[in-house]
Design a protein. Structure first.
Length: 298
């Protein structure tokens, strides 16, 4: 479906055939096919932004977690085999694993239905949004804190006594110095993470789009499950290595063995999640194609 054939234009508040009325804005009706592309692009950018915010947290996932616990056991055993030691019942991961794998699902659906150029355009929009976020975070960090800004009492019991002050109700709260330090820590790491993720993001997402279409040509448009998994798992290997080496080494100053263990664990979990989201990819492609065919029939 070409862009020229999508949507019709009409003028809001006009009778059919009448001249445009001064002060009215032309209203262009978009097709459902194009609205779905916008929705997928917005979902992609939202998941990318959330990854940059929550991805600074390191958390522990154990083997007793339903479904994912299987992959945790594999990741722990593989890391022990590569780096030595014994396999444990838990692995350390970055919180971005909750959201970032979903972005590859969006790019695969867009690549299959709308083509590589549209998928690349979505990737570049996400890159622009990341740059905008980086600039806004930088401004937010340097704004001087107000003396009225404090850390609420429930969160202040871990602070040093010299960082506490009495609120109007007598409760001990963290001073604006503590609030600024907490804010600085929360949004300082995303600066390094954004640099790492943008480098990895452009490389991985563009590789993903090209691999997807490479496999599409090789399979003559068949075996979507194969294209989805092959392109995603290979491109996520590129992403996982780049982003974790930059972020964990230069920001958290972790040793290479620990970084290697996290890379292995994150990648195994990403590959596992890519495999189980294949039915969702099929559903998304089927839904988008139905919209396209129904509008052509109209």
């Amino acid at each position: 479906m070409s862009d020229a054939s999508i949507g019709t234009g009409d003028t809001e508040g006009e009778a059919e055939g009448a001249s445009p009325v001064a002060g009215h804005v032309e209203h262009v009706t978009q097709s459902r096919y194009e609205l779905l592309y916008m929705t997928l692009a917005l979902g992609f950018i939202a998941m990318l932004m959330l990854t940059n915010i929550i991805g600074t947290k390191l958390f522990v996932l154990t083997t007793d977690v339903p479904v994912l616990g299987i992959a945790v056991g594999w990741a722990s055993a593989l890391a022990a085999w590569i780096f030595g030691g014994e396999a444990g019942d838990s692995v350390t991961l970055t919180a971005g694993i909750v959201t970032y794998p979903v972005t590859f699902l969006f790019t695969d659906i867009v690549s299959e239905v709308y083509g590589r150029k549209r998928a690349d355009r979505m990737v570049l929009m996400g890159f622009g949004a990341s740059l905008l976020m980086l600039g806004v975070l930088a401004i937010g960090r340097v704004l001087p804190p107000s003396p009225f800004w404090s850390v609420p009492a429930p969160y202040s019991d871990v602070l040093r006594p010299d960082l506490l002050s009495a609120a109007a109700d007598g409760a001990l709260v963290g001073s604006q110095i503590a609030a600024q330090a907490a804010y600085q820590f929360t949004f300082d790491a995303p600066g390094t993470l954004l640099f790492a993720s943008m480098t990895a993001y452009l490389a991985a997402q563009l590789v993903d789009n090209r691999l997807f279409h490479f496999w599409r040509r090789l399979t003559r448009g068949k075996a979507l499950w194969f294209r989805n998994n092959m392109s995603t798992t290979l491109s996520q290997l590129v992403d996982t290595i780049i982003v974790n080496v930059i972020f964990l080494h230069f920001y958290w100053k972790m040793d290479w063995a620990a970084i290697g263990g996290i890379i292995v664990a994150v990648y195994v979990l990403k590959a596992f999640m890519a495999a189980i989201d294949t039915p969702v990819c099929y559903l998304g492609v089927h839904w988008a194609r139905r919209l396209a065919h129904s509008e052509r029939a109209d």
